[in-house]
Design a protein around this ligand. Structure first.
Ligand code: F3S
Length: 391
C-alpha cells in the first residue's frame, strides 16, 4: 500500500503504541482487500459496546487501548449497549453486568467517543452527508448512510471502526470506490408501503440474493422505511448498500437495463413472514429495532392513548436513543402505561435470555437475531398487532 510519510511514521510507532496498533489493523485490512492507499474519514460509528457481546476479553482490550492513551480523531458515536444506564433493574440486569457495562461506556468516553449509544445516530448525533467517507460498524446504520444518504463506508467490524476513528483514516477499497457502488440486481417490489412491509421486503430480498447491491423499483422509502429496510437486508443477507429509483441519491447514476430482475411480491413476503415467525405466544414484546425515531414515538403514543394494558404476564419494552426519549416526554408518559421506554439499549444486545424464552418484535432484523444471539423463539408482527396482544 502507498502510505504517506506521516502514515508510515504512525506505523513505525513514532506517535505511540495505540496509534501504531490502529495503523497496523487498518493497513492489514487494506492489504487483504487490495486497497492502494488510505482515505480520510469524517466520522465513525462503533459497535462492540455491549458487555453481552464483547465480554471480559473485549473489556480488557478497551482497558488496554484507553490506558495506552488512545483517542479518536473524528466525531465518533457508539452502538446500543446491554442496558439502559439508569433503568437496568427494570430489564432484569444483574449488578455485576451493570458495573461492567458502565465501565465499557466510560472507557469509550475516555477515548473521546460520544457516549450516545444508538443504532440510529444518523437521525441526530452523527449525520454524514452525500459523498462523505466514513467508517461505520452496525450493519443497519452503515447500510442506511451508504444508501439513503450516499455517504461511503464498508461493513466495518468493531475493532476496525475504532482503529479508523483513532487514525481519522480507513483503507480505500470496496464501497469507498465509485465502481464498487454499482447495483448488481434489480428488485421489482410490490408491497403495501407500510413500515412493516419494508421489514418483510428486506427479509425477502436478503433471502433471495444474500449479498450484492439491490436497485429497487416501486418503493418510496422515507427515513423510517429506509432504516427498517436496511436493517432487514443486513440481517437476512449481508447487504450494505442499496439504491431505490427516484428515492436515493445515487440511483440515477447507473444504467440498470442489463441487470437481472427479481420480483418480490405477496408470495415472497409470506415466505419471509413464515421464516421469521416461530411462536405465537410471547413473554416479552420489544419494539424499536432499529431504535424508534421521534415520528415513530408519536405514532405509537397516538395508537396507545386511551387504551389499557390488560395482560400482566407480558412485558413490553420500547427501545430508542436517549436523545429521542428526552425530546418526547408526552409520548413517553403514554407509552410507559404499557412498559418502559428504554434508552440506548435493545432486545438483542441486552442479556434477555436469562429471563425470557419467547419474544415478539416488529423487526425482521431482531426476528433473525433473537433466535441466534438470544436463544429466543420469535413472533414478528406489525406494531399494532403486537400491542393488541396485551390489550
Ligand atoms: Fe439496533 Fe439492536 Fe436492532 S442495535 S438495529 S435495535 S438489533
Amino acid at each position: 500500500m502507498d502510505l504517506t510519510r506521516d502514515e508510515q511514521a504512525i506505523l513505525d510507532g513514532e506517535e505511540g503504541e495505540s496509534r501504531q496498533k490502529a495503523m497496523e489493523l487498518v493497513t492489514a485490512l487494506g492489504k487483504i482487500y487490495g486497497a492502494e492507499d488510505l482515505i480520510d474519514i469524517t466520522s465513525a460509528h462503533l459497535s462492540g459496546a455491549s458487555y453481552k457481546t464483547i465480554g471480559d476479553g473485549g473489556l480488557k482490550y478497551l482497558e488496554d487501548m484507553a490506558a495506552g492513551g488512545a483517542k479518536v480523531s473524528v466525531p465518533s458515536t457508539l452502538n446500543p449497549v446491554g442496558m439502559d444506564r439508569d433503568r437496568w433493574r427494570e430489564m432484569h440486569i444483574t449488578p455485576e453486568f451493570a458495573e461492567k457495562q458502565l465501565r465499557i461506556i466510560d472507557l469509550y468516553g475516555q477515548m473521546g467517543v460520544r457516549k450516545t449509544c444508538s443504532c440510529t445516530p444518523y437521525t441526530g448525533a452523527n449525520v454524514p452527508t452525500l459523498g462523505d467517507h466514513v467508517a461505520w460498524a452496525e450493519s443497519s446504520a452503515l447500510s442506511f448512510v451508504n444508501s439513503f444518504i450516499g455517504a461511503r463506508t464498508n461493513r466495518e467490524g468493531g475493532p476496525g471502526a475504532l482503529a479508523a476513528a483513532i487514525l481519522g483514516k480507513t483503507a480505500n477499497y470496496g464501497l469507498h470506490l465509485d465502481e464498487r457502488r454499482r447495483p448488481t440486481v434489480v428488485i421489482d417490489a410490490d408491497i403495501d408501503g407500510s413500515v412493516f412491509s419494508y421489514s418483510l421486503l428486506g427479509q425477502a430480498v436478503g433471502m433471495a440474493i444474500g449479498s450484492g447491491i439491490p436497485y429497487f423499483r416501486g418503493i418510496s422509502p422515507e427515513v423510517e422505511e429506509a432504516k427498517t429496510l436496511s436493517a432487514a437486508m443486513a440481517a437476512a443477507g449481508s447487504v450494505a448498500l442499496w439504491h431505490a429509483e427516484g428515492a436515493t441519491p445515487e440511483a440515477g447514476n447507473f444504467d440498470v437495463s442489463d441487470l437481472e430482475v427479481v420480483h418480490i411480491g405477496e408470495k415472497e413476503l409470506e415466505a419471509a413472514y413464515d421464516r421469521l415467525n416461530t411462536v405465537n405466544d410471547v413473554q416479552l414484546i420489544a419494539i424499536g429495532c432499529p431504535h424508534l425515531t421521534e415520528k415513530e414515538m408519536h405514532q405509537i403514543a397516538a395508537f396507545l392513548k386511551g387504551k389499557r394494558k390488560v395482560s400482566k404476564d407480558i412485558e413490553i419494552w420500547f427501545c430508542t436513543s436517549e436523545e429521542v426519549r428526552s425530546k418526547c416526554p408526552e409520548d413517553v408518559a403514554v407509552m410507559e402505561q404499557f412498559g418502559p421506554v428504554l434508552a440506548d439499549t435493545c432486545m438483542v444486545v441486552a442479556p434477555i435470555e436469562g429471563t425470557f424464552q419467547r419474544t415478539g418484535t416488529n423487526s425482521a432484523k431482531a426476528g433473525n437475531y433473537l433466535p441466534t444471539l438470544c436463544s429466543q423463539k420469535a413472533m414478528v408482527r406489525d406494531v399494532a398487532a403486537l400491542l393488541e396482544v396485551v390489550m
